[in-house]
Design a binder for this molecule. Structure first.
Ligand SMILES: NC(=O)c1ccc[n+]([C@@H]2O[C@H](COP(=O)([O-])OP(=O)(O)OC[C@H]3O[C@@H](n4cnc5c(N)ncnc54)[C@H](O)[C@@H]3O)[C@@H](O)[C@H]2O)c1
Ligand SMILES: [Zn+2]
Length: 364
């Protein structure tokens, strides 16, 4: 068997590790912290910002917009920062990755296939506060152009952080609904990474570990937000799942999530999770999907799909969007806007008829 594996991100994992950050800056003198405003109000991120006495950038919305990337990039160019520290969920980390290459207008590279120039790139330290996207170990930055409704990833080797500093304590403040949305994303990354046509054996093992961990620990992280062991396990699963999908890439559920988020505002993880059990049933003929179900301890792919559905119900996540879509026209729009390259990674070829039937099931 031939395969390729690359993982250039240094990883430091453990409770309280955020306090090590000032010693990890190397020769950098002028750090920019990219984060959400509430992290600078109190707690360890505020203390870090005071200790580093660098700059801060906090204008980051969920599913960050290209204009916010351009603004952050302008600030970096004008104020001469020499390292970026991204402390936040996928939105913060992805914005910081895209800003780290310091281009004038990121739209030139967003969904255009044009390679991102790397000459002016700054090093980035990624500190996740959700568990989550795994963005701390991937070379992906997902951006939105609100003006046109486009949401898609940019993939570039230049987006690999120099260091992923994973401090599970930072995820304790997530309220249950955000824990649920971001946690189901971890399950999607691991399952889609496994059944992707781009699969390979190292990522397979990472995916199985991550998916098992989610089934075991996400319910506790959701129902007992203060449980540090559950938070630690979910932070670990998130990082493993990031490694598991980074090379194989995600598949149909992520392709469908992009219009579900950009048109209907459904949070990323919840949008991916909406179709995961449905695509598991579509993929039941794929032999590797059957092996995955077995390795996760299920008797069949049907049982895997049933358990994904049960987990979503337990976490009070959407299992229908009947309140959002009713007309055939809306379904046709979703079908057309789901034609993202990730769809081609699905082990079973996804036709428009299959997409229509998936969305049709979601309006019941
Ligand atoms: N780069 C990648 O590899 C990759 C992979 C999957 C998804 N994504 C993208 O990442 C984005 C989603 O990221 P996300 O799911 O981490 O959510 P997010 O970053 O959008 O955060 C969701 C909400 O949670 C809040 N939040 C974050 N951490 C918190 C904490 N510890 N306590 C309280 N509130 C907290 C944020 O402020 C925000 O309001 C989407 O744009 C998605 O497309 C990227
Ligand atoms: Zn995702």
């Amino acid at each position: 068997m031939d395969f390729y594996y690359k993982q250039p991100v240094e990883i430091i994992f453990g409770n309280g590790k955020l306090s090590l950050l000032p010693e990890l800056l190397g020769g950098a003198r002028s750090p920019l912290i990219v984060t959400a405003p509430f992290f600078l109000e109190k707690g360890p991120v505020k203390e870090l910002a005071e200790r580093l006495s660098g700059g801060t950038y906090t204008q980051v919305s969920e599913n960050p917009d290209v204009s916010e990337v351009n603004e952050c990039s302008r600030l970096i160019r004008e104020d001469g920062f020499d390292i970026i520290i991204a402390v936040g969920g996928g939105s913060v980390m992805d914005l910081a990755k895209a800003a780290s290459v310091r281009v004038e207008d990121i739209r030139e590279y967003h969904g255009t296939g044009k390679p991102v120039p790397l000459e002016d790139r700054l090093p980035l330290i990624a500190v996740p506060t959700t568990a989550g996207t795994g963005s701390e170990v991937t070379c992906v930055s997902v951006l939105t152009e609100r003006e046109t409704g486009k949401k898609c990833p940019i993939v570039s080797d230049g987006f690999f952080p120099k260091l992923a500093l994973i401090d599970p304590e930072l995820t304790v403040s997530m309220p249950p609904h955000i824990t649920a949305c971001t946690g189901i994303d971890v399950l999607c990354h691991s399952i889609e990474g496994y059944w992707s046509r781009g699969h390979q054996p190292i990522c397979d093992e990472l995916a199985v570990h991550a998916a098992k961990t989610v089934f075991k620990w996400l319910p506790k992280a959701y129902s007992q937000p203060e449980d540090l062991q559950a938070r630690e396990k979910m932070a670990e699963a998130s990082m493993f799942a990031g490694l598991a999908f980074s090379l194989p890439k995600t598949t149909a559920s992520h392709a469908c999530s992009f219009p579900l988020t950009s048109i209907y505002g459904i949070p990323h993880g919840e949008a991916c999770g909406l179709t995961l059990d449905l695509f598991a049933r579509v993929n039941r003929e794929d032999p590797r999907t059957a092996v995955l179900a077995e390795r996760l301890g299920f008797g069949s792919v049907e049982e895997l799909a049933d358990q994904i559905l049960a987990l979503k119900k337990l976490l009070c996540l959407r299992i229908s969007i009947a309140d959002l879509i009713s007309s055939d026209q809306q379904i046709n729009e979703l079908v057309q806007k789901s034609h993202h390259p990730n769809l081609q990674n699905n082990p079973v070829q996804i036709t428009d008829r299959i997409l229509y039937s998936i969305y049709d099931q979601l309006r019941k």
